[in-house]
Design a protein around this ligand. Structure first.
Ligand code: FE2
Length: 135
């Protein structure tokens, strides 16, 4: 059970789609590591990677929204802040408790459910808005 990129997830902005593809491949790596019993090690590197990469990815999306005066900016940004906050909480849990099975499961759930839902609904709205302005 992995996550693979599919074209229906593309929002039509190449730079953003490439970043989403990179994120999904990292999440997929974590899922595969879990299946082969290496989840704990991979969880640490996924979290370090996410902490840096997700902020620059969200910054890029938000800069695009500001540039084009996207009307859903505030709501979209609130979702990004929620995700960053959840990642921080999970990381703090791991620092406090060590890596336990439930940390790995919660992280996987967040990445799979929240992120795929966010791309396919909220980011795709942004993509449609940007395409409509360019046509
Ligand atoms: Fe987004």
């Amino acid at each position: 059970m992995g996550i693979t990129w599919r074209d229906s997830l593309a929002i039509g902005v190449e730079a953003i789609d490439n970043q989403h593809r990179e994120l999904l491949s990292r999440f997929d790596r974590l899922l595969n590591a879990c299946e082969s019993g290496q989840g704990a090690d991979e969880l640490k590197s996924t979290m370090s990677f996410l902490e840096v990469y997700i902020k620059s990815h969200f910054n890029d999306e938000e800069a695009l929204q500001k540039l084009h005066r996207f009307p859903g900016y505030e709501e979209h940004r609130a979702q990004h802040l929620y995700f960053i906050g959840r990642i921080r909480e999970l990381r703090e849990e791991v620092n406090r408790e060590g890596i336990l099975v439930h940390n790995v499961i919660e992280t996987n759930n967040l990445l799979m459910k929240w992120f795929l839902n966010h791309i396919s609904k909220v980011d795709s709205e942004l993509g449609k808005f940007l395409l409509s302005r360019n046509s």
